[in-house]
Write a protein that binds this ligand. Structure first.
Ligand SMILES: C[S@@+](CC[C@H](N)C(=O)[O-])C[C@H]1O[C@@H](n2cnc3c(N)ncnc32)[C@H](O)[C@@H]1O
Length: 248
């Protein structure tokens, strides 16, 4: 069995440290019921969303794939199904509680697990053919500038020509749908998340990040600003979720 490789994160400022500490606390609280809450809150739609993202991610193949902010490894189990026998998969997150759940999964026994902050990943430049993130970009994005810093780090460790895939909630373009989605997010996610997980602050925080996140076009522009090229995206389920693909 592969152990969790512990890379103690180094923070460039006190603010970055405090912010990361807050998010870390949230995910330590919700780790136990995290996947169940996802399935319930999305009416099971997170399953086909992840499948589709894994299909998109696999195009282009390559021998080294990294999932950042991987949490409990739900996305990684989908990636495994598309990986060729030569492909090595690494998953990384800064929450030991979330990674411990990934470690328990038989399907992920050959995956390397790294405990690290995505702001400073313990990998050399030009290493990976694929970097993927799912449902975590919102968590690393209090400001556009900070998101660009993270995206720069993901770009740094991609090989030239390597691809970055982002699966994330988005903003429906039709106003009534957007209003309905925001209502659902603010009222229902907080309540149901708290009832199942027992964490009051955890799902209040998650519900807070969804309506504030970029729409698909804004995220595309941000990817260009972070230095990526050939950005494209598909939206799913009335624009509530998007998969972006960008190339280094
Ligand atoms: C909403 S969960 C998503 C987990 C997983 N990607 C999925 O699709 O279910 C967000 C994850 O991002 C991780 N995370 C947030 N900020 C991070 C950071 N700065 N460095 C590493 N992991 C981070 C959290 O620990 C958590 O596991």
């Amino acid at each position: 069995m592969v152990n969790i490789i512990n890379e103690t994160p180094h923070y460039s400022s006190k603010d970055a440290f405090q912010m990361s500490k807050g998010i870390l606390k949230v995910f330590s609280e919700v780790a136990h019921h995290y996947e169940l809450v996802n399935h319930v809150l999305t009416f099971g739609l997170d399953i086909p969303w992840r499948k589709r993202a894994a299909q998109v991610a696999a195009v282009g193949n390559g021998t080294l794939w990294l999932e950042v902010c991987s949490g409990t490894g739900d996305m990684a189990t989908n990636l495994m199904k598309h990986a060729s026998p030569e492909t090595k998969i690494v998953v990384s997150d800064f929450s030991f509680s979330m990674l411990s759940k990934a470690r328990e999964k038989e399907e992920l026994k050959d995956v390397t697990i790294s405990l690290a902050d995505s702001l400073q990943l313990p990998f050399p430049d030009d290493t990976f053919d694929l970097v993927i993130i799912s449902f975590a970009t919102r968590n690393i994005t209090p400001t556009r500038d900070r998101l660009i810093t993270f995206l720069g780090e993901f770009r740094r460790i991609l090989k030239p020509g390597g691809r970055f895939i982002n699966l994330e909630t988005s903003q429906p373009s039709l106003t009534p749908l957007r209003i309905g989605f925001r209502f659902y997010t603010k009222q229902i996610i907080k309540l149901v998340g708290r009832l199942i997980s027992g964490s009051k602050t955890g799902y209040a925080y998650l519900a807070h990040t969804v309506p504030r996140f970029f729409n698909a076009e804004e995220l595309s522009n941000t990817l260009y600003d972070a230095g990526f090229s050939r950005v494209n995206y598909v939206t799913m389920t009335f624009g509530t979720v998007a998969i972006h693909r960008a190339v280094k």
